[in-house]
Each structure stands twice: as C-alpha cells, then as structure tokens.
Ligand binder design. Sequence first.
Ligand code: THU
Length: 139
Amino acid sequence: MSELDEGKLIEAARRVRELSVAPFSNFKVGAAVETEDGKIYTGCNIESASYGLTVCAERVAIWKALSEGERRFKGLAVVTGTEQLTPPCGTCRQIIWEFCRDTTVVLANLNGDSQTVRMSELLPRAFDARFLKEATREK
Ligand code: THU
C-alpha cells in the first residue's frame, strides 16, 4: 500500500467541486476518496428542491467507489471555496467511519490551506456494525 498522495487527492476534489449542483446554498463542495491501491473516486454535492434530499460530496464519492466494487480506502479530501476549512457533516462522518474506518481526512480550500485529521478525531466513540453483533446473537 503506497502513501496517501494528499496533493493529488486535493486536486481531484478541487476539480469535481466545479461540477457541484448547489443552486440553493451556493456552497460548492468537492470530495475525493483514494482506495488502498491508489484509485481516486470523486463526488460533488447535489442539492434537491426538496432540501432534505440533498446529498453531500463525501457520500457521493463514497457511493461511487463502493458501487464500483471498492472496499478499502486510505484517505478522503474535502474542498470548499471558503476561507474556513470545512469538516464533513455528522451524517457523512458516520458513513466515512463505516466504510473507510479510521481514515485520513484532508480538509482544504481554494487558497491552498489544508489540514489533515483522522476520522477518530472527528467521530470519537463511533457506532458501527460491531455493536449489532451482540444483539444478533441473543434470540
Ligand atoms: N455539504 C457537503 O457536501 N459536505 C459537507 O461536509 C457539508 C455540507 C453540502 C450539502 C449542501 O449542498 C451544502 O453543502 C450546504 O449545506
């Protein structure tokens, strides 16, 4: 497994951000997830007129990778056009944890600022399928 190429991941997220469909918030987000063997899948946020159906960039990237059969990931980047770096929302944190585990998350903006955090910092004491095991044993 090669090291995470943060620059390449940020660049991919920055590019896909341009495709963001965000007519309601005008808050464009791009995300890119890298598999253990170095493949990159990207996603942008897609908003719905029925606001609650909006999907974040991170989940689009992860769904695309999973639906192509990918299961092992080594990092994810999130790029926004704001000065403040944007961390994944609560729903995305849960999904990133479930499918990418304690992966590296790179937060970046268009000014070249970036920060690297681990999922366990963003979502301490996370819930996942391991907690379901006990209940499925009891009958
Ligand atoms: N959004 C993302 O795509 N990722 C995040 O981590 C935060 C929020 C999107 C959802 C919505 O389209 C817009 O940003 C404003 O919330």
